[in-house]
Design a protein around this ligand. Structure first.
Ligand code: SF4
Length: 152
């Protein structure tokens, strides 16, 4: 599959950063990079390749990662490779998106992502309305597979 290299890269980035930061395996098991939708896999790979993201994509990626349970510290860590990274400002924005001002933001809908030029794979995500829905469905399938494997 065309996205496999991106997924492997994202998985490695998260695992590497997690081990550097001493994150618990419990936290890691909650985030499954292999289940990320194409928009998020490619965006995280872009950040790691020092590509400057648009503001709308920064917001999309941050809100997505926070909504699937990633900590603000881990999201900040991912942004560190960004050419214009400023720890204090990034941390402030992530905390804001995570509800510090009283509003917890959710990930933009696919229609908004398409309008903003942040969707690389509408053809791959038939009938998906939000990247979070893509992720939750994939996690559900993944968990089902694990249960079946345990039973074998
Ligand atoms: S259709 Fe939605 S989930 Fe799929 S790549 Fe586009 S924005 Fe992401």
């Amino acid at each position: 599959m065309a996205l496999e290299p991106y997924i492997a890269e994202v998985r490695e980035i998260i695992n590497t950063r997690a081990s550097k930061q001493g994150f618990s395996s419990e936290g890691l098991s909650e985030v499954i990079p292999g289940c990320f939708p194409p928009c998020m896999s490619t965006t995280i790979a872009d950040v790691q390749a020092n590509v400057n993201l648009s503001h709308t994509m920064r917001f999309g990626m941050t809100s997505f990662l926070l909504n699937i349970g990633m900590t603000t510290e881990r999201v900040t860590e991912i942004f560190k490779a960004s050419p214009d990274f400023k720890e204090h400002a990034t941390s402030y924005q992530i905390t804001h998106i995570n509800g510090a001002s009283g509003i917890t933001y959710t990930c933009p809908a696919c229609a908004t992502m398409v309008t903003n030029g942040n969707c690389p794979g509408k053809a791959l995500c038939k009938k998906i309305e939000n990247p979070l829905v893509y992720y939750r469905r994939k996690v559900w399938v993944e968990n089902k597979k694990r249960v079946v494997q345990k039973q074998i």
